[in-house]
Design a protein around this ligand. Structure first.
Ligand SMILES: Cc1ncc(COP(=O)(O)O)c(C=O)c1O
Length: 362
C-alpha cells in the first residue's frame, strides 16, 4: 500500500471498540480525536455491522442511472428531517466522502446558475485558512498553502477572502469582535463585486477544522455573510464535512448562528467511519432550478458509487443510533450534565489532562 508517508512507521490497527483501538502488538490507544473527526458513535458498534451485512445480502449495488433503492430514499428523507425546516422540499446526493461531496456541490452551484439564466456565474469564492478536500476542485477553493502549493498550476483559482481569527486579527477586536466580523464580511462583498457578475457561490466551514483548529466565527459575521450572498445572487455552501451530524452539539453547526445556507455538505460523522460516505444536501430552491429549468431536468454529474446501498445503509443505521441515544445533545457543552459539558469543564479545570489525551497512547 502507498502509505501517507514513506518515512515513518505506522502501528497496525486490528480492532476497535468504543473509544479504543488496538494494534497488532496488543497496545491500546485512546482515539480521542475520533481518527480525523470521523468516529462519532465509537468503534465496533455491532448493529452497524449488522446493517451492512443485511444490505449486502439483500442488494449490494445498483447504478443510480438505472435504479434507486429503498435504503437510499429512506435515508435521504431521514437526512432532510435531521437537517430541518429550511431544507424541506430539498434533496440529498450521496457520495463516497467529503471531497467528492465538495466536487458535487461545486458543480451543483454552477448548474444552478446556468439553469436560472446566470450562465456567466462560475466562480466559487472561499477563505484563506480553509480546507475543503484534496481533489482538484476542492483544492481550488481551499486555502491551506502547503497542501495546495505544488498542485497550483493544475487548479483554477478564484478569490480567497480573509478568515476571522481573532487570535491573530488584522482588525480591532476590542468590542468583542463585532467590528472585525463585519470587516471580514465586507471582504466578501468586495470580492463578489470584483468578479463582475461571475460569482456563483461562496463556500465556508462554519467552524474551521483541519487548517485552523476549531475557530468559531465572531458575532454577526456569518449572518452578514449570508445576507451578502443573498443580495448578490450568490449561493451559500456550508462545508460541514467535519462539523456536521452533531459534532458541535447541533445537528449542523450553522444552527448556532441561525444561518440558512443553500447547500450543506457533510461526510465523516455521517457514517462514523463504518463505510465511505458523504452527502450534499440541497435546498428546494436549488433542486427546483434543476428539475424545472430549461436544461435536461437532470444534474449533469455522477459517480459509479454514489448512493452505494451498503454505505447508505450504514449512514441510516448511524443516524438512527445518533438520534436514539440523543448523541447531539450529549455533544453540546452548554447542555446541563451532558458529556460535552463534563469534558469541557474538566479540561478547563485541569488543562494538564489535555496533554495526557493528546498523548493518545495508554
Ligand atoms: C471541512 C472539510 N471539508 C472537506 C474535507 C474532505 O473530506 P474527505 O477527506 O472525506 O474527502 C475535509 C476533510 O478533512 C474537511 O475537514
Amino acid at each position: 500500500m502507498l502509505r501517507r508517508s514513506f518515512r515513518r512507521p505506522y502501528p497496525v490497527a486490528v480492532r476497535g471498540e468504543g473509544v479504543y483501538v488496538w494494534d497488532a502488538d496488543g497496545r491500546r490507544y485512546l482515539d480521542f480525536s475520533g481518527s480525523a473527526a470521523v468516529n462519532f458513535i465509537g468503534h465496533g458498534v455491532r448493529e452497524i455491522g449488522d446493517a451492512m451485512l443485511e444490505q449486502a445480502r439483500q442488494l449490494e449495488f445498483v447504478h443510480t442511472s438505472q435504479f434507486t433503492t429503498p435504503v437510499a430514499e429512506e435515508f435521504a428523507a431521514e437526512m432532510l428531517d435531521f437537517v430541518g425546516e429550511h431544507f424541506r422540499g430539498g434533496a440529498v446526493y450521496f457520495t463516497c466522502g467529503g471531497s467528492e461531496a465538495i466536487e458535487t456541490a461545486l458543480k451543483l452551484v454552477r448548474q444552478y446558475q446556468v439553469e436560472v439564466g446566470q450562465a456567466k456565474r462560475y466562480q466559487v469564492l472561499s477563505r484563506t485558512q480553509s480546507y475543503h478536500g484534496s481533489t482538484l476542485g476542492a483544492l481550488s477553493v481551499s486555502g491551506n498553502r502547503k497542501r495546495r502549493e505544488i498542485y497550483l498550476p493544475m487548479v483554477r483559482e478564484f478569490a480567497h477572502i480573509g478568515i476571522p481569527y481573532c487570535y491573530r486579527c488584522d482588525f480591532d477586536c476590542s468590542d468583542g469582535c463585532r467590528n472585525c466580523g463585519q470587516q471580514y464580511a465586507a471582504e466578501l462583498e468586495h470580492a463578489i463585486e470584483a468578479t463582475s457578475g461571475e460569482a456563483a457561490a461562496f463556500i465556508f466551514e462554519p467552524t474551521s477544522g483541519a487548517t485552523l483548529g476549531a475557530v468559531t466565527p465572531p458575532p454577526g459575521y456569518l449572518e452578514s455573510i449570508a445576507e451578502i450572498c443573498r443580495r448578490h445572487g450568490v449561493l451559500l455552501i456550508a462545508d460541514e464535512v467535519m462539523t456536521g451530524m452533531g459534532r458541535t452539539g447541533r445537528n449542523f453547526a450553522v444552527e448556532h448562528w441561525q444561518v440558512a445556507p443553500d447547500i450543506i455538505v457533510t461526510a465523516k460523522g455521517l457514517s462514523s467511519g463504518y463505510a465511505p460516505l458523504g452527502a450534499v444536501i440541497a435546498s428546494k430552491k436549488v433542486v427546483d432550478a434543476i428539475a424545472d429549468g430549461p436544461g435536461a431536468g437532470a444534474f449533469l454529474h455522477g459517480f459509479t458509487y454514489n448512493a452505494h446501498p451498503i454505505s447508505v445503509a450504514v449512514g441510516r443505521a448511524v443516524l438512527r443510533r445518533v438520534r436514539s441515544l440523543d448523541l447531539v445533545r450529549a455533544a453540546d457543552s452548554e447542555e446541563f450534565k451532558s458529556k460535552g459539558k463534563q469534558l469541557s469543564q474538566e479540561l478547563c479545570e485541569s488543562p494538564g489532562r489535555l496533554r495526557l489525551f493528546w498523548g493518545l497512547k495508554y
